[in-house]
Design a protein around this ligand. Structure first.
Ligand code: MLT
Length: 269
């Protein structure tokens, strides 16, 4: 992992492979390892860049962020800093999972020249409802007292397909370990940032670049119908449903996600 220094953090960033740059942006409250199966595939033909966002994994965060939040635009600017620091001078394929997708919309709005294509995985464009915001504020206020392991227990029932829970429980155990190890400051900061995020729906019709939408067939957080509607509204899009997967499709059915990703990357040659 390389350590990229920005004005606000030191961002641990995996760089693997050579060729066209592919940037993997993880979701909440995980780190770059949630993309591990896709990283190993893409690094065979591409230069993979996979950071831990502020406070997640091995990256640092300013303690005050637990109160102020980190905006999706700030995470997007961190990604631009990482690309500059690593000397990436070619537009990247950005793969954003869930919160990583919210960040991808901001990256598109602020750093369009750095983008070749988008992969939007188990994510949505709409802003939060008032009720969803309240749930985020409650977690942001309490996570330090609860401990991060409690966050994993709260989230579990919404993250996975029934078949993952029943037949592949080790996936759940592995992801729980990642969440339990996450700094409560990062959790609070991201929850506040997501609660305040803009509605990115108006950007969808402006996505003037190849865009692959992926979604687990049992995703409860970003349901397939919602993702299909985004794909239909985007000018140059493909839409793939991942079977036997809920929200965490990159780890629940890595083979299907990798097939879709490889076909998409090949189509960009
Ligand atoms: C994620 O996986 O990044 C989260 O579920 C996103 C969210 O909380 O909206």
């Amino acid at each position: 992992m390389k350590a990229v220094k920005t004005a606000h953090a030191v961002l641990a960033t995996l760089e693997q492979g050579a060729g066209r740059p592919v940037l993997f942006v993880h979701g909440f409250p995980f780190d770059h390892t949630m993309w591990r199966h896709q990283i190993d595939l893409a690094a065979q033909t591409a230069r993979v860049i996979a950071p831990d966002l502020r406070g997640f994994g091995r990256s640092t965060i300013e303690p005050i962020s637990a109160k102020t939040g980190v905006a999706m635009a700030d995470y997007a600017d961190d990604l631009a800093c990482i690309l500059d620091d690593l000397g990436v001078d070619e537009p990247v394929v950005l793969c954003g999972f869930s919160m990583g997708g919210y960040i991808a919309f901001q990256f598109f709005a602020r750093h369009r020249a750095k983008l070749r294509a988008l992969v939007l995985c188990d994510t949505k464009a709409a802003a939060d409802s008032p009720q969803a915001r309240e749930v985020r504020y409650k977690m942001a206020e309490n996570v330090e007292g609860w401990g991060s392991a409690h966050v994993a227990r709260l989230m579990n029932s919404k993250l996975y397909a029934a078949s993952t829970m029943a037949k592949r429980p080790q996936i759940v155990v592995d992801m729980e370990r990642v969440i339990a190890g996450t700094d409560p400051v990062a959790i609070a900061a991201a929850q506040r940032g997501m609660a305040h995020r803009d509605d990115s729906t108006p950007l969808i019709s402006q996505l003037d670049l190849p865009t692959l939408f992926l979604v687990g067939e049992e995703d409860e957080i970003t349901p397939p119908q919602e993702v299909a509607a985004l794909a239909a509204a985007a000018p140059n899009s493909q839409y793939v449903v991942i079977p036997e997967a809920g929200h965490m499709s990159p780890v629940e059915n890595p083979a299907a996600v990798n097939t879709a990703l490889a076909e998409f990357l090949n189509s960009l040659r």
